[in-house]
Design a protein around this ligand. Structure first.
Ligand code: S6P
Ligand code: ZN
Length: 189
């Protein structure tokens, strides 16, 4: 393949050109938010757009680097901030780099062994997600959270583990401040 380049338009995070655009709405986040009644009430009104991902396609093999932008819109379900589904990589021992371009958020991370880490994302910050850590972006601000991500072409995604168990910790608004608390629905299995 030949070298290629693309542009990131800020503040919206649009990548041009791009090969794929993924959109995730509230309906695709069933069971992920702690406050189920708030989720149901919100969904009954509108299937709100929670986040978008622009990606450039490269062969999904070792040696390649997949990259693109992630845009998490501002909002909450109950007290819990809008967030991505979150995942482990299918090839578990593969890392990822995130560069925050706009907005204010956290990256929630955890290992299969139970270590947990939440790191703040502010424009200019580069975050390294080491091999074996599940990761989820959370927008705690009033504006879009825009990040650039880069990860190995062969990494793949394991969504099932998080869909079933959830993350051990979640971030909710408490007295107008973000608070990292235990996930009441986390399943220890
Ligand atoms: C892929 C990378 C990002 C996420 C994106 C959306 O390894 O971490 O491209 O895919 O932030 O999150 P999720 O959990 O829905 O894939
Ligand atoms: Zn990833």
């Amino acid at each position: 393949m030949n070298p290629f380049a693309s542009n990131i338009h800020l503040p919206e995070g649009l990548l041009t050109p791009h090969h794929t655009r993924i959109t995730r709405r509230l309906s695709s986040m069933k069971g992920q938010y702690a406050d189920q009644p708030a989720f149901d009430t919100m969904l009954a009104k509108e299937d709100t757009l929670i986040y978008e991902v622009y990606e450039n396609k490269v062969p999904e093999v070792r040696g390649q680097l997949l990259h693109g932008t992630s845009i998490v819109h501002p909002g909450k379900v109950g007290d819990e901030y809008f967030m991505t589904k979150g995942h482990f990589h299918k090839v578990l021992a593969t890392a990822e780099v995130y560069y925050c371009l706009h907005g204010h958020g956290f990256m929630m991370m955890e290992t299969p062994e139970g270590e947990s880490s939440a790191m703040e994302l502010l424009p200019g910050m580069v975050l390294y997600v080491p091999p074996c850590w599940a990761h989820r972006s959370i927008n705690i601000g009033n504006d879009d959270l825009v990040t650039l991500f880069i990860y190995p072409g062969d990494a793949g995604h394991d969504y099932g583990t998080i869909e079933t168990k959830g993350f051990r910790k979640i971030i909710v608004e408490n007295d107008s401040q973000p608070a990292i608390v235990d996930n009441p629905h986390w399943l220890a299995k």
